[in-house]
Ligand binder design. Sequence first.
Ligand SMILES: Nc1ncnc2c1ncn2[C@@H]1O[C@H](COP(=O)(O)OP(=O)(O)OP(=O)(O)O)[C@@H](O)[C@H]1O
Ligand SMILES: [Mg+2]
Length: 234
Amino acid sequence: MQNIIDVKNLSFSYPDGTVVFKNIDLTVSDGESVGIIGPNGAGKSTLLMLLDGLIDTHNGQIIISGMPMNKKHIPGIREKIGFLFQDPDDQIFMPTVFDNVAFGLANKNISEEDIKEKVTRILNYIGLPNHEKRLANHLSFGQRKLVSLASVLVMEPDIFLLDEPTSNLDRRERRIIIEFISKLEGQAKIIISHDYDALQQLCSKIIIMGDNQILYSGDKKVLSDDAFLNKCKL
Ligand SMILES: Nc1ncnc2c1ncn2[C@@H]1O[C@H](COP(=O)(O)OP(=O)(O)OP(=O)(O)O)[C@@H](O)[C@H]1O
Ligand SMILES: [Mg+2]
């Protein structure tokens, strides 16, 4: 079976010369849930941005759902992917909570009534009931993170790329989000997190990034191997 995410020999440096990684390989199969850990600055967010075509120059091969990453395929690839930015302020750009969550749905062939229904349902679920009319820039950081997450979840994509979905959430919200993500069983997921308990619950495979490469890819047992994590500067 073809992998839904197939990355071969991927190298990337920022235009200012910062080398992020060299020759990394990564595969994710349908419905698989992969956790990525690594020290600050290891390139975790950069990798996800490359997978969503948000950064377009790279060396190596990225294939998403059978589509090689290139200008022609980026719109098709984006349709498959739900991308949660690490910083909600990169995700939220419309004035109201409703507009932010409904934004992606507006481009799908869905009636206004169904959009309203979907937005209300997801806001109730994530613990922000009756927040539709609130101004997004008046919300707390954690609330903005929840609105970002809602805008991704509501699209029901085939692939979730989630950059620190539980950061800045209180215990209750964190639990709700973990439960929600764990129920997304059919979809492929890559989850970046420093929250190892969340990854323990959500992922079957763990990747450790560091030193411009992938230091480990395998069983999630590594999350409790303190000696090895130490070696990886974690
Ligand atoms: N726009 C940019 N221009 C130049 N360098 C950048 C840019 N964005 C990120 N970097 C650098 O690229 C490297 C990888 O950054 P990235 O944000 O992908 O790390 P990360 O693993 O997500 O870290 P964190 O755990 O802190 O979120 C870092 O050295 C960072 O300083
Ligand atoms: Mg990051």
